[in-house]
Design a protein. Structure first.
Length: 612
């Protein structure tokens, strides 16, 4: 059995101004059995999904959970949560016989369980009407019994959990509750071996204060100090009461519950462990609920901010272990790019602007080969794409270095209202032209439920303005230098041909790449650097930097020198971009023309990515 779907109406961020329509939930999200990770920017609704689940199902740790006014969307007076469970075994289904529904026909029919939590409030007196969790296949359902609900409780680890406090011995400690629910201790009281061992220990303590060892032999030397202490206490007690009274030293509370409350969980030979170590230990103890033998209830764990107190390597080690877990379901939230890079895309659910988008193969336009590629090359740097409000994919370091300074200049000139950081936009350096493998993460097979994260793809048109040819003598033979190598010449191509080819190539790229929220922005001239050379706004600045970075070039024919460098892959693109970015940041005299045709594609890409 696993939680296969959640539907929300007017719960926190997931709501609408219109009347509640059961046919149009504000969130309709499928989960897979195994690992599910909710990932996305802050305030994107991740915790709301977790909270909705635990409000309905309750937790093994008996967290205080109830609906408050803050749980209603704006001024709505009715919220609703529906949870559906699938793949129930016969042993699991027996607990919910009267509430089950069926999908399919004949031998293919399979049971499912749907829970309904419908809550109303009165805004005039600000009163929330009591409501019970119900179950069934119709709109209202029937109330679940307390016994049935026990089989649906979840294991929950809250964000920024205080593992140290939870693991120490105390009355009703979290550790004792976890252990009491385990088959090693559940329903085993006086006959449990720990109770017997505890009683034997108490007898040994009593013997010590009477001056005897465990075999009732007299103690000698310093070991009699305990008997002397008891004798003094006895005299005081007898003077306060009567001569018949006598003290007894021991550890009170011999029940199994009392014993478990005195237990402390720690790592063997670990001295003063830090928060990260304690957090891992606490997670291990909490997840015991999910691996109990002979348990025929739900095995669902909810973990918020898995990365709390953990360094990146520890995060990756834990997520590797959790991805390998069998026969349990986990729903996690994270803000960690390190975890995002380590997770299989199939396990991710991207939360954005009050929507949630599973990234499994049935939901995206990625093909199986794309998943293999991305899981190999989607490192922690690129994984920041899961936390952005907008994305700009670029081919290399030059664009990545230049764009933030370029966008800041546009902001200072009033062309856009926010720079990239303020707009929550990530520039993702692909390092090659494999744009489609990354951008298709954001393309949905369900065209009625597309993402609203703008994705800009900045690429070069890659139509050369110069041709490289072997130089020929008057007889048409190839000329070679004194070193025996072929001598080349660089010929400027016909500008009309270049323009027509560039327009056609740009049109093809845009036709193939522009889908849903993904939009291509193509350099009109060869490459980024050639577009900068031709720019009316930045051309002179670019030329000055080009001559500084490549002092050997002929300043009287910079265009051809640039063409040669591009053709022979000898241009120091990163250094040029770095210096140009510095110039844009420091030189107030540089003004970008919003309609500069050579660099307008960059301006448009930034505008789209930042929703400007």
């Amino acid at each position: 059995m696993h939680l296969s779907n959640i539907k929300l109406w007017n719960f926190r961020k997931y709501g609408s101004e219109s009347e509640l329509d059961l046919e149009e939930p504000n969130l309709d999200l499928n989960f897979k059995n195994g690992l599910n990770v909710l990932i996305g920017e802050n305030d994107s609704g991740k915790s709301g999904i977790i909270d909705a689940i635990k409000i309905v199902l309750k937790t093994h740790s008996y967290d205080w959970l109830r609906i408050s006014h803050e749980d209603f969307f704006k001024d709505s007076t009715n919220l609703r949560i529906e949870l559906e469970f699938s793949d129930l075994s016969d042993n699991e289904a027996k607990h919910f016989i009267e509430w089950l529904g069926w999908k399919g026909e004949g031998e293919e029919a399979a049971p499912f369980l749907r829970l309904i939590y419908n809550v109303h409030r009165n805004l005039e007196d600000y009163f929330i009407y009591p409501s019970d969790v119900k179950a069934g296949v119709d709109e209202r359902g029937y109330q679940l019994t307390a016994e049935a609900r026990e089989y649906l409780k979840v294991t929950y680890l809250k964000p920024l959990r205080d593992a140290q406090t939870e693991l120490i011995p105390k009355r009703n400690s979290r550790l004792s509750k976890i252990l009491q629910g385990h088959e090693a201790f559940k329903d085993k009281e006086e006959n449990h071996i720990l109770v017997q061992l505890f009683q034997e220990f108490n007898v040994s303590v009593e013997n010590y204060f009477q001056g005897k060892d465990k075999d009732q032999n007299p103690l000698v030397g310093d070991n009699l100090k305990g008997k002397e202490l008891k004798s003094k206490v006895d005299k005081l007690i007898q003077s306060f009461y009567d001569q018949e009274k006598e003290s007894n030293f021991g550890i009170s509370g011999g029940s199994l519950k009392n014993i478990l409350e005195r237990l402390e969980l720690s790592l063997k030979d670990e001295i003063n462990p830090g928060l990260g170590t304690l957090n891992r230990l606490f997670m291990a103890s909490e997840l015991l609920h999910l691996e109990k033998n002979n348990w025929s209830g739900l095995r669902l764990g909810l973990i918020e901010e898995l990365e709390a107190h953990l360094h990146p390597q520890a995060q990756m080690q834990i997520i590797e272990a959790l991805q390998e877990k069998q026969n349990i379901q986990l729903i996690l939230t994270t803000h960690s790019p390190s975890l995002g890079s380590k997770l299989n895309l199939e396990n991710l659910i991207l939360c954005s602007k009050n929507s949630a988008f599973p990234l499994g193969s049935q939901y995206t336009e990625l093909i199986p080969e794309d998943y293999v590629f991305l899981e190999r090359f989607l490192d922690a740097t690129k994984a920041n794409l899961f936390f952005a409000k907008g994305l700009i994919f670029v081919e290399g370091w030059a664009e990545e270095l230049l764009l933030p300074a370029f966008a800041q200049k546009l902001k200072l000139q009033g062309i856009i209202p926010k720079n990239l950081t303020e707009a929550g936009v990530s520039v993702v350096n692909i390092g090659n032209t494999a744009f489609l493998r990354y951008s298709q993460i954001f393309l949905r097979t369900d065209k009625e439920n597309i993402m609203d994260i703008p994705v800009s793809l900045i690429t070069d048109v890659d139509i050369r303005d110069y041709e490289k040819r072997a130089k020929l003598d008057a007889q048409g033979k190839v000329i070679k230098g004194s070193d025996g190598k072929v001598v080349y010449e660089y010929i400027k191509r016909n500008s009309t041909d270049v323009q027509n080819e560039s327009i056609a190539k740009k049109s093809t790229i845009e036709k193939d790449w522009n889908k849903q929220v993904v939009k291509a922005f193509v350099a009109p001239n060869w490459t980024l650097e050639y577009a900068l050379y031709k720019s009316t706004s930045l051309g002179s600045t670019f030329n000055d930097i080009f001559k500084i970075v490549h002092p050997q070039v002929d300043p009287s024919s910079l265009e051809m020198e640039l063409g040669k460098k591009l053709i022979n892959k000898g241009l120091k693109k990163t250094e040029i971009a770095h210096q140009l970015a510095q110039k844009l940041s420091s030189d107030s005299s540089i003004v970008i023309d919003e309609n500069d045709p050579s660099i307008k594609y960059l301006i448009d890409a930034i505008k789209y990515g930042t929703n400007a």
